[in-house]
Design a protein. Structure first.
Lengths: 592, 161, 591
């Protein structure tokens, strides 16, 4: 029997370490420590209900476990074979408990390729990875295929880059392989910077060897003996697990000289990011690895021609690499059979926002947004109405009700005015103001623009200012025209992917929520009641009994009135903090 | 003229030199060197950057250019308890801004500042990847999940001896 | 050579592979506007960050617009350079750039020769929508002795950064900050004075806006002229006469020596003298020092260091004071011509006039911004009174001439005053790279060998190559000579000397690419290196036309030694004409 405990960052923050310790203690107290193994794994994905404890082999899935529950799990489940009912997942619609993960809505529609080992193995133990076919793909490639044959498999599989652009991976490898050089580099882009996306981190924390193995395969294909992983310094756990994995792989001879007794040698080093979103762009990433400012540069030359230290360099992101070993082992046809016409395989999404089941999911391409949000995601939180889903992070757009049945793939999302990006998926409900959402993303881009090219450096700032005016009720209809023209020019003229996509949140909200913009501009109203400058707290004189509670709690003394007589709010002083409304026992205060 | 005497203790200079040396004084390792140096000193004051520049044989203007490019590097010493509010999208839609406002109000500092007693510094960061716990606040290495504005007072209290 | 064929604006063109769309279009006579892009082909300088995005064009089959300055032509490419989409994009981008640029054109020192202003006119920008509520990025203004940085006006073209780092390897400037606040600045956004800046002025020479300009000395010069108690002398550097005409619409390479003298008289200078006179004097002192060091070295004196380095370029002096502090005794101790002139003017000439030095004001006209700093150095003052009071650049002189409403083109040629206006051909070539050492060789050869030169022109010492070397036969003694122009080249050469890789007897270094003709105070070349070459030809033309072409044959120099100095390197000469150098390295290691 195995007890698997999620050791991802989210669950660790909710003391999953302590749970593991407690479980071990309880097992020892029952002298079961040799029969039952406690394993701290990578992320299970179902972060909403973490920390999670899963019992194998019966797949029992305990949610929101606390260290105090450890004793009961051991005493009841392990010793007596009785499930701890109160820790089981309850289906939110049917209100029935579900015992194992396979029958949970969250997992039912998922298909795990990149995340195949996350939540199943101890990421700090290479033997567990090997036990699940680990490093077999590398062995197979090195002993059975030449580099071009391997590239052909990847090409045939239809795998496209998971970092955002969706460039065909096999083709990218082929270009790098055909540029002769004395030294080439394989770079893994682990500078996951999309706010709200954490799939790369989960893979590195939960299954680091899959990335190492794929990088070695790529090195073999393009003729590189050196690999570099550029990872965010903000991911200490992933860094630690990668270091452990690299050491173990070296110890097992799976990295280093003459791997599998062949001529092929390959080793991997870590490079750290330092907090710059633009370094997700490959030329900026390479400059950063060279110790420079992470500014992007014009392409061509592409990294495959002249990359790290001027040498041919192949850059793929973590999730792309994680797909490679299964493709080699199961064949290109298998992978090609999953997904849509032009987007093959699966995609990992980080589901977040106003949704019941926040977490990390992997689904086949072609699944609809409706399935993801309402079946896997369990619908909108607190029974609110679905309004929009933002995909692709700051580079993507907001999709609406009308897009819910669109099959998700690279091209459909672009056609809808958004993009796949790295796979962030933020769900919004009726309370979210779409102008504010666009402003939020622009605030991000303004802060993260490298500043090299004028449209991105200045243009995004101006977009932000326009949006800010609109949310304050100072916008004009002419401003909406300007927003659109400016957005299009920034897309058309910016130097790199950051600026070329940064106006997407603006354009997609303009397209899909134009009425909401007009409401801000013409009626000076925020329909969702989010824009502080546009709302007013008002006391209903009919309902007000003059208890003075509101006046006493107002931090700026904006409320006046005699005791037992209706009170009034001085709008020029009011800072719209809402304290009065919270304190009113008679529901006399409302927002207008 | 421009003789600037900088107040670094000899052992501090030696430490920076040692860090640079551990990266073979390779200017390509500047970012790794700065990471290590910041780990040691807590921040990257001008004097430290001057020594790094000399040791890696690059101009101090370039070093400063790199330090100011990456948000991870800071020239302001952090507080004893560095507070980071996640303002990633998931946390944003779950009310991170209000949580941030509350920290600002209670500590009476702006983002990027440190309280006068040096106890707390306030910063924002983009997604720690714990979106399931949104909104998230980090104090030092400790993660606080599902923080509400009302809960801020109690969190700060934990660190006030 | 591999070529590619493409179509630009419906015209076919064939260009070598690797050519950019911008250059291919230029070949067809199609003018694509560029702003950040700068190329100085003969100097090996190229700045193409593809940052401003003004030069964007439409390429068939491409999703977005392509920067023509950085996009290479491909076979079969179809390019459109002026479609509605392109024009709208260019205008919008320009509006954006201007929305973050101060609008004080009326008082901006760059007004009238500002690339950004020209571009705004070209693109027909009449208003900047939303300017009222557009935040601007603002920074501290920086006044150094030579250069003013007003980087509110920086448009991030990165030209200065390229010059400062890649060409000059000075490393005073770098892009700093990120996003909207990104700007080019010294470390910690401190003033240039606290940086390793040499004041070479190459950043100013390429800045397309008023972000980098020179410190104005014309106001002070005019006040001195207007003061009846002062006798105001002016000296003009060799390179000025080969470039000044450009400011009046004359062809690059037009020599305007006579008109310049006439104009300076009209402005009201009491004496119009020539720095060339002091250049001849420099050769006497530096040449003698060279021969002295050489003979002592050849006789086995271990205390003598060779090579001797020229020291007439103040940018170069600043550079080695920052970067080669272990070699401070290697450069010649001779002052620069500007300072030698000042020292002689305020001693020898003051005596002749029967005036006190305080009553004399010496103004220099220089192709250089470092000269502004040099004349303020403490070593060049006597009781606080500087040998040279003010130094104005070629550009500033041109401005004065216009301000005085002088019709420059119509001026008659006039001659310099005597005695400090007489000079030889050897002096005028100081203005071009290789010139100082050629002038020194002309004199040193004759003094060393006692024989007249078989030929005066040492063409082997001339040219535009960054680092050059030649061996001159001094009657059986092979003299190894090295030449570098541009501080990056100087650094390379000096590092080879330091490591013992290079073996020279004498080295000439000029901080600016091309020498003083390409100086930071010259009319802006706007990235056209043909202009620098034309100036160089003019300098050698002036030399060839001079009746006397060797410094030691200048009769007024001979007289100066007879009447006043004694002989070269005499005690008096040492006191007045030689200097010493300081380390400017920051002391970061506390003992």
């Amino acid at each position: 029997m195995h007890l698997l405990i999620c050791g991802g960052t989210g669950c660790k923050a909710s003391s999953s370490d302590a749970i593991a310790e407690k479980l071990k203690l309880e097992l020892a107290a029952n002298t079961l420590q040799d029969e039952v193994q406690v394993i701290l794994t990578g992320c299970f994905g179902f972060c909403e209900k973490g920390p999670i404890v899963k019992v194998l082999p019966d797949n029992t899935f305990y949610i929101q476990v606390t260290p105090e529950d450890a004793a009961e799990i051991v005493k009841e489940h392990v010793v007596k074979g009785r499930k701890v009912e109160r820790l089981l997942y309850v289906d939110p619609t049917k209100k029935t408990t579900i015992e194992d993960s396979k029958h949970m809505g969250f997992y039912r529609k998922q298909m795990r390729i990149a995340l195949r080992n996350c939540g199943f193995i101890n990421p700090e133990n290479i033997d567990e990875y090997i036990a699940r076919e680990g490093y077999q793909a590398l062995g197979k490639v090195l002993t059975e295929y030449n580099p071009q044959q391997t590239i052909d498999i990847i090409k045939k599989s239809g795998l496209r880059g998971r970092g955002g652009g969706g460039f065909p991976t096999g083709l990218k490898w082929e270009i790098a392989s055909k540029n002769p050089a004395d030294q080439k580099y394989v770079v893994c882009n682990a500078d996951e910077g999309d706010p709200g996306a954490f799939m790369d981190r989960s893979i590195l924390e939960g299954d680091p060897h899959s990335v190492l193995e794929a990088m070695a395969i790529c090195g073999y294909c393009i003729g590189a003996s050196k690999g570099l992983i550029y990872i965010r310094a903000e991911y200490p756990l992933a860094i630690k697990r990668l270091k452990v994995a690299i050491d173990q792989a070296r110890e097992y001879g799976l990295l280093g000289n003459n791997i599998f007794g062949t001529e092929f040698s390959f080793d991997i080093e870590l490079r750290y990011g330092a907090g710059a979103f633009v370094c997700g762009e490959e030329t900026a990433l390479i400059h950063s690895m060279e110790g420079l400012r992470g500014e992007s540069s014009n392409k061509p030359p592409y990294p495959a021609q002249s990359g790290y230290l001027g040498k041919p360099t192949n850059v793929n992101n973590v999730e792309t690499f994680a797909n490679v070993p299964p493709i080699i082992l199961k064949g290109a046809d298998w992978y090609f059979s999953i997904g849509t016409e032009k987007s093959k395989g699966t995609k990992v999404f980080a589901l977040a926002g106003k949704i019941n089941n926040v977490g990390l999911i992997e689904v086949p391409m072609g699944i609809t947004l409706r399935e993801v949000i309402f079946e896997i995601g369990g619908g909108i939180k607190n029974g609110k109405r679905f309004k929009a889903v933002q995909t692709g992070g700051p580079s993507g757009g907001c999709l609406t009700e009308k897009h819910l049945d669109t099959p998700i793939d690279f091209d459909n999302l672009v056609a809808a005015g958004s993009m796949m990006g790295s796979g962030g998926m933020i769900v919004m409900d009726e309370d979210d103001c779409m102008v504010s959402v666009a402003k939020f993303y622009l605030d991000f881009t303004v802060e993260e623009s490298c500043g090299k090219c004028s449209p991105c450096r200045i243009g995004n700032k101006r977009l932000y200012e326009l949006l800010d005016r609109i949310t304050k009720g100072e916008g004009t209809m002419e401003d909406l025209e300007r927003l659109r023209n400016l957005s299009q020019v920034i897309k058309d003229t910016s130097l790199c992917g950051l600026g070329q996509t940064s106006p997407n949140p603006v354009l997609s909200t303009l397209d899909n929520f134009y009425d909401e913009y007009v409401a801000h501009v013409v009626d000076k109203k925020c329909p969702s009641g989010q824009c502080k400058s546009l709302m007013k707290y008002i006391i209903d004189p009919e309902a007000c009994v003059g208890c003075t509670a509101c006046a006493r709690n107002c931090p700026v003394n904006a409320i006046s009135g005699e005791r037992k007589k209706p009170h009034e709010i001085n709008q020029s002083i009011c800072i719209k903090c809402g304290a009065c409304m919270d304190k009113c026992k008679f529901d006399a205060i409302s927002i207008k | 003229m421009s003789h600037i005497k900088l107040e670094l203790k000899p052992e501090q200079v030696a430490k920076i030199k040692e860090i640079c040396k551990s990266f073979n004084n390779d200017p390509g390792e500047l970012i790794n060197v700065l990471h290590k140096t910041q780990e040691t000193f807590g921040y990257l004051p001008a004097e430290v950057q001057e020594v790094v520049a000399v040791e890696l044989n690059i101009s101090v203007a370039k070093v400063y250019g790199v330090v100011t490019f990456y948000s991870f590097f800071t020239m302001i010493p952090k507080g004893k308890h560095p507070i980071s509010i996640c303002t990633g999208t998931a946390c944003y839609v779950r009310g991170a801004e209000k949580v941030l406002d509350e920290f600002k109000r209670i500590l009476n500092v702006k983002v990027g500042e440190t309280t006068p007693d040096g106890k707390f510094s306030l910063n924002c960061l983009r997604c720690v990847g714990a979106c399931g716990l949104a909104p998230v606040v980090l104090i030092g290495e400790k993660v606080y999940g599902r923080v509400s504005p009302d809960g801020v007072k109690n969190i700060i209290k934990e660190y006030e001896e | 050579m591999e070529t590619v064929k493409l179509t630009i604006d419906n015209k076919q063109v064939e260009v070598p592979k690797g050519t950019t769309i911008y250059k291919a279009a230029r070949k067809l006579g199609i003018d694509i506007p560029v702003l950040c892009y700068m190329e100085l082909h003969d100097l090996g300088v190229e700045n193409k960050p593809a940052g401003c995005r003004i030069c964007v064009v439409e390429v068939e089959g491409r999703r977005n617009l392509a920067p023509s300055c950085a996009t290479e032509c491909a076979e079969g490419m179809v390019v459109k350079t002026h479609t509605t989409r392109v024009i709208n994009a260019r205008r919008t981008v320009m509006e954006l750039i201007l929305s973050d640029h101060p609008k004080d054109c009326l008082t901006c020192p760059k007004s009238g020769r500002c690339d950004l202003q020209d571009m705004a006119v070209k693109l027909g920008i009449r208003e900047i929508p939303g300017q009222e509520y557009a935040e601007m990025s603002t920074y501290k203004k920086d006044f150094s002795p030579s250069i003013i940085r007003d980087v509110d006006k920086c448009i991030m073209c990165r030209r200065c950064e390229t010059m400062c780092n890649e060409v000059q390897t000075v490393g005073a400037l770098s892009a700093v900050n990120r996003g909207f606040m990104a700007v080019v600045a010294p470390a910690f956004e401190q003033d240039l004075e606290k940086s390793p800046c040499t004041y070479c002025g190459q950043c100013v020479a390429v800045c397309p806006t008023g972000a980098l300009t020179e410190v104005d000395h014309t106001t002070k010069a005019i006040r001195a002229i207007a003061d009846p108690t002062k006798t105001v002398l002016v000296q003009t550097a060799p390179a000025v006469r080969a470039a000044l005409g450009e400011e009046f619409g004359m062809k690059p390479g037009t020599l305007v020596t006579g008109k310049m003298v006439a104009a300076l008289r009209q402005i009201g200078f009491d004496y119009v003298f020539d720095t060339d006179f002091a250049a001849d004097l420099t050769i006497m002192e530096e040449g003698t020092e060279l021969l002295d060091r050489l003979t002592r070295f050849l006789s086995g004196d271990k205390n003598v260091k060779l090579p001797i380095l020229t020291s007439c370029c103040p940018g170069w002096v600043n550079f080695f004071e920052h970067n080669f502090t272990d070699m401070l005794e290697v450069p010649s101790s001779a002052k620069s011509p500007q300072q030698m002139f000042g020292a002689i003017a305020k001693s020898y000439f003051a005596e002749k006039l029967g005036k006190k030095r305080e009553d004399l004001v010496v103004v220099s006209v220089m192709p250089c911004l470092a000269k502004k700093y040099e004349c303020q150095r403490d070593e060049f003052k006597v009781d606080g009174n500087p040998d040279v009071d003010f130094s104005i650049s070629t550009r500033e002189l041109a401005h004065l001439i216009k301000e005085f409403n002088i019709n420059f083109e119509e001026l008659p040629d006039e001659d310099f005053d005597r005695p400090l206006g007489e000079s030889t051909g050897a002096a005028v070539i100081f203005g071009a790279t290789g010139g100082v050492i050629e002038a020194a060789v002309r004199t040193a050869y004759e003094v060393y060998t006692g024989k007249p030169l078989p030929k005066i022109d040492f063409t082997e010492l001339r040219g535009m190559e960054g680092i050059r070397s030649a061996t001159i036969d001094f009657n059986g003694l092979p003299m190894n000579i090295g030449i570098a122009h541009g501080l990056g080249n100087a650094r390379k050469l000096l590092e080879d000397v330091r490591s013992g890789k290079a073996n020279y007897h004498a080295i000439e270094v000029m901080a600016c690419p091309g020498g003083c003709i390409g100086g930071g105070g010259q009319p802006l070349h706007h990235g056209n290196s043909a202009i620098i070459k034309a100036r160089m030809e003019a300098i050698y033309r002036e030399d060839a036309g001079k009746p006397i072409r060797k410094s030691h044959e200048n009769p007024y120099i001979v007289k100066l030694y007879e009447e006043f100095l004694g002989k070269p390197m005499s005690e008096k000469a040492h006191h007045l004409l030689h200097t010493h150098y300081f380390s400017k390295k920051k002391d970061i290691y506390i003992k």
